[in-house]
Design a protein around this ligand. Structure first.
Ligand code: ATP
Ligand code: MG
Ligand code: MG
Length: 382
């Protein structure tokens, strides 16, 4: 517990990691620009000012840390490879390198026998290439950026040939694109998986609800999912993470299809939005689990059990600058609702500004308690 942990990225995931580390007084050094979320909640660590993509800044972080981890996968893995000679990097830079390219990630999973939606790269971001891909994969098809994608900002649903041009125009700036067969899912599921030095563990299966490709809500346990499907989701998520080297927490997003078969959508090599609920609902949170895994602290499967059903609602930036604060204030009327604000300052529309988790003896009671907040969030929409 005396190891100093360096984190690339100081957003909300880093902040919640710091909050978990604070309880054990584990020093966390954060690399990011300005007074980022994670820096705000720790004065134990020695923070580094700069971009988490900046070579010198990463070296500076490595010099004051015993172990380096990430809260975001869009980092420079060349530098991570370089510093791994002198400092422990977890998960492995190889894992981050493969995962940060969503198409390479899919190929890797395919090699290890993990089912994913069929996909193919576009040689160039051209109409011809998109036409070729859609003739093979069918329409609709999801056009995706290979890199730098988050919150659906790298995705464009292509429904007809008329969408070819706007899709390419919207994503072309990212250059490297791939097309993915449309998944007619009945539901989306996510499992947070923990890879320790000797074992692969998993948190309960969560149902995730996305709106415009951004996670809006999570329900744990997943509603209307049989025990058999739940077991399959757990096994698939653990299998998917087991094929990547290194230690830490991984978020595995999955599609549950109409015939109850499962596909992996994508993996995040870090704590994940779909695991926020673990803070209040599980014996050990995903953040404590990540620290335990990377620092070789004791952790068993039973530590990840659900204590109480939970619903999590993301608070996104709305039309008004302070709409997220209004939602947080309204949530405080019911103190079963646990409000987390990220301290990001100015809200941008669609930016994740905070979240609310409610735990209750049954999932329907949790749903009932959070419904007024969902209504408020929906009312704020144009
Ligand atoms: P994240 O913030 O989770 O990293 P992302 O930008 O990487 O998101 P994806 O996870 O690829 O984006 O997609 C976001 C959402 O878009 C999915 O959760 C799902 O709702 C929808 N989606 C993605 N791929 C497909 C597909 N092949 N078929 C149908 N819907 C899809
Ligand atoms: Mg993603
Ligand atoms: Mg995703």
């Amino acid at each position: 517990m005396d190891k100093r942990v360096g984190v690339l990225g100081g957003g909300q995931l880093g902040a919640m990691l710091v909050e978990a580390a604070n309880q054990l007084r584990i020093p966390v050094n954060v690399l990011d620009v300005g007074h980022s979320s994670a820096k705000q909640v720790s004065s134990i660590g020695t923070h580094v000012e700069g971009s988490f993509k900046d070579r010198d800044a990463i070296k500076q972080l490595a010099a004051i840390s015993d172990l380096v981890t990430v809260e975001i996968e869009h980092v420079d893995t060349e530098i991570l490879e370089e510093i791994s000679d002198t400092v422990d990097v977890q998960p492995s830079w190889r894992t981050i390198r493969t995962i940060q390219d969503k198409y390479a990630q899919k190929q890797h999973l395919h090699e290890y026998g993990v089912a994913t939606a069929k996909s193919m790269p576009l040689e160039t971001a051209s109409i011809e290439e998109l036409k070729k891909a859609s003739s093979i994969l069918g329409l609709p098809v999801m056009l995706k950026s290979r890199r730098e994608a988050y919150d659906g900002r790298g995705n464009f649903p292509v429904r007809t040939e008329d969408d070819f041009k706007p899709a390419l125009e919207a994503l072309e700036a990212n250059k490297s694109l791939y097309a993915e067969k449309w998944a007619n899912f009945r539901m989306e599921l996510a499992v947070m998986v923990v890879k320790t030095k000797e074992i692969v563990l998993s948190f309960p299966t969560t149902e995730t609800v996305h709106e415009n490709s951004i996670c809006k809500l999570t329900y744990t346990p997943a509603r209307g999912v049989s025990n058999a499907t739940n077991r399959k989701a757990q096994d698939l998520a653990r299998k998917a993470v087991a094929c990547f080297p290194g230690k830490g927490v991984f978020g595995v997003e999955m599609f549950l299809l109409e015939d109850d078969s499962l596909l992996v959508n994508e993996i995040a090599p870090r704590p994940h939005n779909s695991g926020h609920y673990t803070i209040e609902a599980c014996r050990v949170s995903q953040y404590e689990a990540h620290l335990s895994a990377i620092l070789d602290l004791p952790l068993r499967q039973e530590d990840l059990e659900l204590r109480e059903p939970a619903v999590m609602l993301n608070i996104l930036g709305g039309e008004a600058k302070d709409s997220h604060l209004q939602i947080a204030e309204a949530a405080l009327k019911d103190r079963w609702l646990k409000v987390h604000l990220y301290g990001k300052g100015q809200a941008r529309k669609g930016r994740k500004m905070g979240h609310i988790t409610v735990c209750a003896p049954t999932i329907s009671e949790a749903e009932r308690r959070i419904q007024p907040l969902i209504d408020l969030v929906d009312k704020g929409k144009p």
